[in-house]
Write a protein that binds this ligand. Sequence first.
Ligand code: AMZ
Length: 273
Amino acid sequence: MRRAQPPRLPLAGLFMFWQSFSARTAGVRLADMIVVPSIDLRGGRVVRLKQGDYARQVNYDVDPVEVAESFARAGATWMHVVDLDGAKEGRPVQTEMISRLAATRGLEVEAGGGIRQREDIDRLLEAGVKRVVVGTRAMEDWPWFDALVHDAKYGGRVVLAVDAKEGLIAVRGWTETSSRSAVDVAKQVSDWPLAAILYTDVAKDGMLQGPNLQQTRAVAEAGKVPVIASGGVGSIEDIRQLRRLPVWGAIVGRSLYEGKVDLAEAIRVAASP
Ligand code: AMZ
């Protein structure tokens, strides 16, 4: 969908109201996009993997709590935290650190990696995490996931991770691929009370060479659940490109740590009309 240019003041306010109203009723995203900085944790440290490969780990010599505070200072409203030990081991491992991060003033936290049980979710929500991300168990036990998402207790608190390798969903720390396609799953959950679908292109993740715009668009247009795009952002131009898609948010990770993207600038670009 082409975005109309907003008129100059004083009509701008009216236009924004109309835009917001029409976007809501049409079931598409609002005009701005949320930039979601991310922290990937392993052994309590901030790391990034290339293409999700645990053997290709980059360590950053930074304090996760300070990083989260710097995100808030730059104007971020949401932060994405991945427990990479958890995703690999199939049980939450970094819960204590995630609880500390969830206490960051001004930042809402979504967190995942290794969540397999309701108790894992309850623990994170009690620790102040606003939304939990579930990938593997959803793909391997769809009835469990269906019941979870439709339980009023978890309404709007669950994000479905759709991590795709060449369109097919990857699970268990991205070491295995399922036979289902990302677009099919997005269609299937179209009317579910999910907080979001987190769509990650595994081949792009941690590579700083641009997101998979085509697949991201296909997933975003497949259903009504807001989509968070993840994987590959390496420049402000990538933020501009993603902003043209009907996505709710975009995850930015490695490019922040390596100084390729300035978070405050990314937030400005993502929000400007
Ligand atoms: O980089 C990886 N190998 C990796 C990763 N970043 N493996 C899983 N994850 C993330 C997913 C999602 O946020 O993007 O872990 C979460 C899903 O974990 P699980 O354990 O529910 O599949």
